[in-house]
Every structure is written in structure tokens, then in C-alpha cells.
Design a binder for this molecule. Structure first.
Ligand code: BGC
Length: 333
């Protein structure tokens, strides 16, 4: 082999060696950075109190607002928040998630109260094991939970009743009003209390009559189906009220699909679609809760509890009314 060929071969070998060396250095650097990142993340999570928020339904827009408030508070207070929930409303799954949170030995649990003895016992078990538990949105008042954060549900049901009474008085057709009611669930304490509050007001007016109560399973589609059934079974219905966040828009869909254009609709919560329907005059009014604040305050009270400050047994949020005619008000007025 000539000198020239040797030189060429040597140069190729040197270049290949340099290439491999550079590759080796890059991958070592990347690995080190990854290891550092992971261990930083681990210490980060490890040192932060772990709070599990268990919702009634993972992707429900109302629960996403609670999650947002909880996350903001957790970030500000240096806590690690984990948000979980059944894909569709399912009490058994909610119960399993509560069991898992206890088994994972989290520091705190924020959970929706469910009207069920097993659930109550699990909350008690968590507290007995030193886990701080706060109920949010719906209470489990006879459990050992530290605190309930949410709306005064009896009161909010009464307010809905008062709205209906007032609206009926102003109506030219006032006199004999037949009401259909949609509740989100018959296992959630908040729905039962809202119904009780509503009935307590309406029952004092002889011209107002409740003709049907159905369950939407907090689904807009089911609310639409059940409202259609109501309209079919009770042609005398004049008004339908919804007691969970997606009910009024579901009811509206059913009314639009029917040949009844004179049904008056009242609802709960001010999710975007409900607000738009109120602005168009299709839904008359809605009771406004504050889910973001529920999440925020629940985490703040958990933070206090972990620092040894006992939270109040009940921490209520203001409610308000949103109505197109500007007749809105809020408890904070
Ligand atoms: C209720 C929640 C429920 C939500 C469903 C709200 O009005 O307070 O319990 O999960 O509606 O859309």
C-alpha cells in the first residue's frame, strides 16, 4: 500500500474515532442531565405533601373548575395535587379510588361526599390513619371528615324555589304551574338537599305543583332524554328545573326537539353554555356556585390542617343568581 493510502486510512480512522468519542460524550451528558432531572423531581414530590382530589366525574367541566382552583392553591402552597375520578359518574369507582388513596398513604384527601355507609367508613378509616380528609361540593356530614367546603345546598335549593315563585308571579300565565325536576344523582347528598330546599319553598304555594322528578346522572345527554320523557308523560308541564350543572342545557335540548316552545327552564351553575342560553333568553335563570373557589379553599384548609391549624367543620361559599333580566344577586351583596 502506498504512503498516500496509509495516510488516508489513518485519517479516516482518526475521524471515526473522534466521531464516536463526541457521540459518547453527548450521550453521557444527556444521561447525567436526565438523572439529575429525575432526582430533582423525586425530591420535589417527596418533600411536598401529597393531596389526592377525588371527583364525581373526571372530565365534567364543573369538576375541572374545582381541580383548577385546587391546583392553583397547591402550587402556591408547595403541595403536590393529584386529581382522579371515574370516567363516568360511578359511586363504586369513587369508593375504589378512596380505598386506593388510603392504601397509597397520601397526606390528605379531598373528596365529594357520597350517601353510602361504606364510603363514610372509608373516610373514617382515612382519618383514623392520620390522613386529613375534607369533603368538597357534597358533604358526608356524619363521617369524621375534618371539614366540608362547598355550597349550603338546602339554602341553594330554597333560592331556586324562590326564583321559581317570583318568576311565576310575574308571568301572565301565572296561576297553575306544573313543575318537572331534574336532579344529577340520588346518591349525592347535595342533590337531595337541594331538592328538599326547593320543595320546602314550592310547597307553600298552592298554585305550584311538582309533577315529576328524574335523575340525569349529571349527563347532559341523559338530562335531554329524561326531559323528553317528562314532556311526553306530562303534557301539562310548564316549567323544568335542573339541579346539577349540565341539566339545564340538556333540558333545553329536549324542549327544542319538542313541539313545546313555552317551557320555562331554570338551572344550576354558570357553565359557558348555560350563560349563553340565558343571554339568548332560552334559560330563565341559574343558581351560581363557585367551584373554582371550592377547590382553592379546600387545599388551603388542608394546608392549615397539616400545619396543625384545625379547619372549621363547615366552610360555605357564597351563591348567586344569573338571570337575563339583570335580576341577579349574590349572597355576598
Ligand atoms: C353539582 C355537582 C355535580 C355537577 C355536575 C353541580 O351542580 O354541585 O355535584 O357534579 O353539578 O355537573
Amino acid at each position: 500500500m502506498s504512503d498516500k493510502k496509509w495516510t488516508l486510512l489513518l485519517a479516516t480512522l482518526v475521524i471515526a474515532f473522534m466521531y464516536l468519542l463526541i457521540q459518547f460524550m453527548i450521550s453521557t451528558y444527556e444521561n447525567q442531565a436526565l438523572i439529575q432531572h429525575l432526582s430533582e423531581h423525586e425530591t420535589d414530590l417527596g418533600s411536598k405533601p401529597h393531596v389526592m382530589l377525588i371527583s364525581q366525574e373526571l372530565d365534567n367541566p364543573y369538576w375541572r373548575l374545582i381541580e383548577q382552583g385546587a391546583k392553583d392553591a397547591a402550587n402556591q402552597l408547595g403541595m403536590a395535587l393529584e386529581y382522579v375520578g371515574p370516567l363516568r359518574i360511578n359511586t363504586d369507582e369513587q369508593t375504589t379510588l378512596l380505598e386506593k388513596a388510603i392504601a397509597a398513604k397520601v397526606d390528605a384527601i379531598i373528596v365529594q361526599g357520597v350517601h353510602n355507609i361504606i364510603y363514610k367508613r372509608l373516610i373514617d378509616k382515612a382519618v383514623d390513619q392520620g390522613i386529613a380528609v375534607i369533603t368538597v361540593d357534597a358533604d358526608s356530614a356524619d363521617s369524621k371528615r375534618y371539614s366540608y367546603v362547598g355550597t349550603d345546598n338546602i339554602e341553594s335549593g330554597r333560592k331556586l324555589g324562590e326564583l321559581v315563585v317570583e318568576a311565576d308571579k310575574k308571568s301572565p300565565r301565572s296561576g297553575n304551574t306544573n313543575i318537572g325536576i331534574m336532579i344529577g344523582s340520588n346518591l349525592a347528598e347535595n342533590q337531595m338537599l337541594r331538592l328538599e330546599g326547593f320543595r320546602s319553598v314550592v310547597s307553600q304555594h298552592r298554585n305550584l305543583r311538582i309533577v315529576d322528578v328524574r335523575v340525569s346522572n349529571i349527563s347532559r345527554i341523559e338530562a335531554a332524554q329524561k326531559a323528553s320523557e317528562m314532556l311526553y308523560m306530562h303534557p301539562e308541564i310548564d316549567m323544568i328545573v335542573g339541579m346539577s350543572a349540565l341539566d339545564a342545557v340538556g333540558i333545553l335540548q329536549a324542549v327544542k326537539n319538542s313541539d313545546r316552545d313555552n317551557i320555562r327552564i331554570f338551572g344550576f351553575d354558570d357553565l359557558e353554555e348555560t350563560k349563553q342560553a340565558i343571554a339568548r333568553g332560552e334559560i330563565e335563570a341559574t343558581i351560581v356556585q363557585n367551584p373554582y373557589r371550592m377547590g382553592y379553599d379546600a387545599v388551603t384548609l388542608i394546608h392549615d390542617a397539616l400545619e396543625g391549624i384545625q379547619p372549621p367543620p363547615v366552610h360555605l361559599m357564597d351563591i348567586g343568581v344569573l338571570a337575563k333580566d339583570g335580576n341577579g344577586w349574590s349572597d355576598g351583596r
